[in-house]
Design a protein around this ligand. Structure first.
Ligand code: NA7
Length: 492
């Protein structure tokens, strides 16, 4: 069966899931436009030394694509990238994927989306799906003098594989998940490593560098059904993590106590106190590491907690006036996490642009639908559960939701669908209320916060997520019909 024309922007984890789901539903008229020269999204763009996923390998996978022979308990970037390529192979997605095709503009007119790439190619589709990711745009800090530095300055999200840090004096700015991982990776070979940690982070010790035990690989290889059952059990068990992030209580306190215990792995009392955060563990995205504590206590490492004042040609000067001579500056300074599709020029119904629609910050009904943007959906868009729920499950459920609308179109039940302003306002207000007791809202600054001071995460559990995405034909949507036309029919 062929059917509605669908364009997907992005061939990362979410975009590939959408491709698989479209094919499974029998829709073959789709194209995935990808800005990069490979699939994989964050796993393509990020390639810094030490990069691994902070979710255990047996859990970091789609429900529809088993993999049991992960080399490590927490997989490395290359293994995860290979897994995503395998998904494109096994589901025959390559003919649908156009690499090196950045979408620069998308406009809804005459009941269709008109999309333009940087190469000047034009596409028209009935549905547009933005699977553009959260952590895509590197945050380059506005540090005075950074451009005057004489040596290489590299952001971790755009790592230069030709850069050799062996026996060099390396500065790492930033101590989030990335800063911690790259510190562990570069410390053994750098001559000196200076980690500029503006605010301390809680770091949980976890076996992030250990291989997956052979008996596990052998067992799952012999018994794939067991592997599948174990995956489902892991997803169910991850509800525990969701629960402790969104509800205060004993489970949250237990993990927080473990975080405080881990800090004792720093033997030097002065360093330990300098690295003791003044906010609750789990408030920021929790950092896991199996080698950070060891690395920062090696003789070639210095952790600087003074603020950076400026950079000059030969190094970094802190507010106290100390000059740190370095050869290479690594920016582990994170991402502009709330840009979503932008800087793409996205224009919905009646000429409304995404910047106008989001002038008070990004928001979308149930993470996926935006008023004013008919037949347009985001996967892992605003308020997605990037800090609490199994991400592939959330992405797959969103794909299933979108497929239901595409099926309704294919069956002649509707021409366009658009979420109502009312529903979106109600949803946003429920989100703000539900965010109150979450751990993310206990007094820290993090990339979870939007400019308006609200947290850009999903403050509910998986059951609520399924409920929102499982009921597409409700009074929350405005639809037009093939015969009746005019937008404004309220369903339900
Ligand atoms: P994060 O978690 O946003 O961490 C960025 C780090 O960079 C953090 O320590 C920041 O300090 C620091 N930073 C940012 N700007 C500056 C300036 N101007 N000066 C000094 N230090 C600065 O990004 P990551 O890449 O580590 O992790 C992102 C996600 O990727 C992670 O949560 C996982 O989901 C995977 P601050 O804390 O703001 O004081």
């Amino acid at each position: 069966m062929t059917g509605p024309r669908v364009l997907v922007i992005g061939a990362g984890m979410s975009g590939l899931a959408m491709g698989v789901k479209l094919k499974a539903a029998g829709f073959d008229d789709f194209t995935i436009l990808e800005k990069g020269s490979d699939v994989g999204g964050v796993w393509f763009w990020n390639r810094y030394p030490g990069l691994a996923c902070d979710v255990p390998s047996l859990l970091y996978r789609y429900s529809f694509q088993n993999k049991t022979d992960w080399p490590n308990i927490f997989s490395s970037r290359d293994d995860i990238l290979a897994y995503h390529r395998g998904v494109a192979d096994d589901h025959d997605l390559w003919p649908h994927i156009r690499l090196d095709s950045e979408v620069v503009a998308a406009r809804f007119a005459e009941n269709a989306w008109h999309v333009e790439t940087d190469a000047g190619e034009e596409f028209t589709a009935d549905f547009l799906v933005a699977a553009t990711g959260v952590l895509h745009h590197p945050n380059r800090p506005d540090i005075p003098g950074l451009d005057d530095f004489a040596g290489p300055v590299v952001h971790t999200a755009r790592w230069d594989r030709g850069l050799d840090t062996t026996d060099r004096r390396v500065a790492i700015i930033g101590g989030g998940s990335t800063g911690v991982q790259i510190t562990g990776a570069l410390q053994p070979t750098a001559r000196t490593l200076t980690l500029f940690q503006r605010s301390p982070q809680w770091v949980l010790w976890a076996p992030t560098t250990l291989p997956q035990p052979n008996f596990v690989t052998r067992l799952f290889r012999r018994r794939p059904a067991l592997a599948q059952a174990s995956f489902r059990a892991w997803v169910r068990a991850s509800a525990l993590f969701t629960d402790l992030t969104i509800h205060p209580g004993i489970k949250r306190r237990a993990v927080q106590s473990y975080a405080r215990l881990c800090l004792r792995l720093i033997r030097d009392r002065d360093l330990r106190e300098r690295l003791r955060p003044d906010y609750q563990p789990l408030c920021k995205r929790q950092v896991l590491s199996g080698n950070y504590f060891r690395a920062i206590q090696r003789p070639n490492v210095e952790v600087v907690t003074d603020r950076i004042d400026h950079v000059d040609a030969t190094g970094i000067v802190t507010a106290g006036g100390n000059h740190h001579d370095v050869d290479i500056v690594v920016l582990a300074t994170g991402f502009a996490a709330h840009n979503y599709m932008r800087p793409m020029n996205l224009t919905g119904r009646d000429g409304i642009t995404i910047d106008e629609a989001w002038k008070s910050g990004p928001h979308a009904f149930a993470m996926t639908s935006i008023p004013g943007f008919p037949n347009f959906f985001t996967i892992l868009g605003p308020n997605s559960p990037v800090g609490s729920i199994h991400l592939q499950t959330a992405a797959e459920l969103t794909c299933d939701h979108i497929i239901r609308w595409i099926s309704a179109f294919a069956n002649g039940e509707m021409t366009t669908v658009e979420v109502s302003e009312n529903a979106t306002r109600r949803f946003n207000s429920d989100v703000v209320d539900a965010l109150q007791p979450t751990v993310w809202n206990t007094g820290c600054e993090s990339w979870y916060f939007k400019d308006d001071g609200t947290v850009d995460l999903w403050p509910f559990d998986l059951a609520t997520l399924k409920q929102f995405l499982g009921q597409p034909l409700s009074s929350d949507y405005l639809i037009t019909h093939p015969e009746r036309g005019a937008l404004g029919d309220q369903v339900g």
